[in-house]
Design a protein around this ligand. Structure first.
Ligand SMILES: O=C(O)CCC(=O)C(=O)O
Length: 334
């Protein structure tokens, strides 16, 4: 009875808030959007962290920016550790250093300017602190529930574009790389380590595409070359609204793994930094990707893991089992 009354009150409130327009998406919830009622929510959980507007925004758009979430002090610590890693003063186990395709192998000297991305920092205590920050996990739980695995970690150091446009990240869906489901229990947290806008290559997202399915991905045919693992979608709706997500240092965007997104060229002289982690509910289940659009990426990742670490994983599932770390609650099936 009490519950019934609460829903009626909530529904009245929702009606007061009015409808939303898909054509006018901003990077943040604005008052006035109320298409859904809580019982229809499927991408967010009711744990008293997100407001109704924030939940509606994510349900509708597949991403949500939380302003000023990570402190300057923490970001400084991540930056300092990243620089130490680049100078090879520390060599965390499992860490992979990537360089932009425009930099030849012979040109490589260990310094920050040569590294476009570090990934798999699960064994680096200092960087991995990002994945355990209570302020991050508090929001992650809204999407995954209480048992949380940190599955994929990255610090992206988008270099100034050399003119070859290789600093772009093609439009893609992160689920392409993941052999676990359901997708609604996976979320990416991506934190700006400085002001990020279209000049230094902010994220661009296609709102609402998280409601679609996983599309085939492949390397784009770019004249200047494409970075390793930068698979993109060829077939996307060019008329879909695009949102360029301008962010300040510490702002964090949470987004769904089916959301089509990418990032543009870095037209500045600086190295644009962001730190991110993909989290998943620990009761997600592995799937066999053989015979699916993910078969090719499975082979590429398994081969790379062998080349890089000498590990015979044999399947995407084993790669992710090896990388995943529990950050909250209980490890169940991942
Ligand atoms: O930081 C960026 O430029 C894009 C990162 C991204 O979309 C990814 O690595 O999946």
């Amino acid at each position: 009875m009490e519950r019934g009354r609460a829903y009626t009150r909530l529904n009245t409130l929702l009606q007061h808030l009015g409808g939303s327009s898909a054509g006018a998406v901003t990077a943040h919830p604005t008052s006035g959007a109320a298409k859904f009622q809580p019982q229809q929510f499927q991408y967010t959980r009711d744990n008293n962290v997100l407001s109704l507007e924030q939940r509606q925004f994510y349900e509708e758009n597949g991403f949500l920016v939380i302003k000023n979430l990570v402190s300057d002090a923490d970001i400084e610590r991540f930056r300092v550790q990243f620089e130490r890693i680049c100078r090879e003063e520390v060599k965390p186990l499992g860490l992979m250093l990537m360089r932009d395709v425009s930099i030849g192998k012979s040109e490589y000297v260990p310094c920050e300017k040569m590294v476009s991305k570090v990934q798999n920092f699960q064994e680096d205590k200092e960087l991995f602190r990002y994945c355990t920050l209570p302020e991050i996990l508090k929001y992650v739980e809204c999407f995954t529930g209480p048992n949380i695995m940190a599955m994929h970690t990255m610090l992206i150091n988008k270099p100034p574009d050399t003119g070859k446009k290789t600093s772009r990240h093609p439009l893609h869906q992160d689920l392409h790389y993941f052999p676990f489901r359901p997708s609604n229990n996976i979320v990416c947290a991506w934190t700006a380590m400085e002001h990020i806008d279209r000049k230094n290559g902010c994220l661009v997202v296609f709102p609402g595409t998280h409601k679609g399915t996983l599309k085939p991905h492949d390397y784009p045919q770019w004249d200047g070359g494409v970075n390793l693992m930068f698979h993109g979608i060829q077939d996307y709706d060019k008329n879909n609204t695009r949102v360029y997500v301008t962010m300040e240092k510490g702002d964090t965007v949470f987004f769904h793994p089916l959301l089509i997104h990418g990032s543009g060229r870095n037209k500045t002289e600086g190295f644009r930094k962001a730190i991110s982690c993909h989290f998943a509910a620990s009761d997600c289940k592995y799937i066999d990707v053989k015979g699916t659009s993910q078969e090719k990426i499975e082979k590429e990742i398994v081969d790379l893991t062998h080349k890089f670490y000498g590990l015979e994983t044999g399947s995407l599932k084993n790669v992710w089992t090896w990388k995943g770390r529990l950050v909250k609650g209980e490890r169940i099936s991942l």
